[in-house]
Design a protein around this ligand. Structure first.
Ligand code: ZN
Length: 273
């Protein structure tokens, strides 16, 4: 059975119910002491106050997200600067990594190759900043259904290829999310290939009749993903860190009583993660 101390809950899972402070207090009240920080919530109060709240509740921060979003050709420099600020914020709140997603095609462009090249260029450009403050850049491929509007970076193989190319395993890791990789026929071999590069593990389920490309993720157990088998692959690859429940769910989980959501997560974590 999965040790409950490995449970992490991402703030975004209660996005519409709780403020930054309420979510940290809520997790602590339920005995959950690892979270991931949603940057919009961080900006409600600023990194210094957030850091104090996290310390007061003995909360470990697995990641700060979402970073990246660097594919716009016209906004590339501004996006890099924003990511530099984000790396500073991550260091201030003690986050282990900045979760880096690429961004979609943008600008009315059809040039997927160029958008991917800009993403890799951005990761490379941010390595010195990340290294200087000891925050990992956790590159997260998203499900390819979001290629147009959210992430041209969408497979684990691409993540591994980029890590090979960057040759900076001390500063660049891979964030693996069950929602994004479960369908991939190469998932087992690419997780094994990623090995110690895996710096964060996100869990949630794919609803068979999903209603939204981005905001209809399922609670573990409600969908079709064999989460325990993916977790076993990740652990065999050398990962032993938190399993972070990250659920974007505008129509369901964001509308429920937040304490009830956490109780359900804790139950499901034992059986379906
Ligand atoms: Zn994720």
């Amino acid at each position: 059975m999965l040790d409950e101390s490995r449970l992490a809950i991402h703030q975004v899972t209660l996005r519409d119910q709780w403020s930054f402070r309420e979510s940290i207090e809520g997790f602590a009240r339920h005995g959950v002491h690892t979270t991931a920080v949603w940057r919009e919530k961080l900006h409600e109060i600023g990194a210094h106050e957030a850091a104090q709240i996290l310390r007061d509740h003995n909360m470990t921060v697995a990641g700060l997200c979402p970073g990246g979003l660097v594919t716009s050709s016209s906004g590339f420099t501004a996006a890099l600067d924003d990511n530099r600020r984000m790396i500073e914020e991550a260091a201030t709140i003690g986050a282990k990594c900045v979760v880096f997603i690429s961004g979609g095609l943008g600008d009315g462009s059809k040039d997927l190759t160029a958008a991917r090249a800009r993403t890799l260029e951005a990761v490379a450009a941010l390595i010195p900043e990340a290294r200087s403050v000891g925050v990992m850049l956790g590159i997260e491929p998203l499900h390819p259904m979001m290629c147009a509007n959210r992430a041209v970076f969408c497979t684990l193989k691409q993540a591994n290829d980029w890590c090979d190319e960057l040759d900076a395993d001390d500063a660049v890791g891979i964030v693996l999310d069950t929602y994004s990789v479960w369908w991939d026929p190469t998932v087992a071999e690419e997780i094994a290939r990623a090995g110690k590069r895996i710096c964060s593990f996100h869990v949630n389920d794919w609803l068979e009749e999903t209603k939204d490309l981005r905001l209809d993720r399922g609670m573990p157990g409600d969908g079709v993903i064999d989460i325990p088998s993916i977790r076993a692959m990740v652990e065999n690859a050398g990962y032993s860190g938190p399993c972070e429940v990250e659920i974007f769910s505008a129509g369901n989980w964001w509308r429920r009583d937040p304490d009830e959501v956490i109780e359900i997560i804790k139950e499901r974590f034992q059986t379906f993660v």
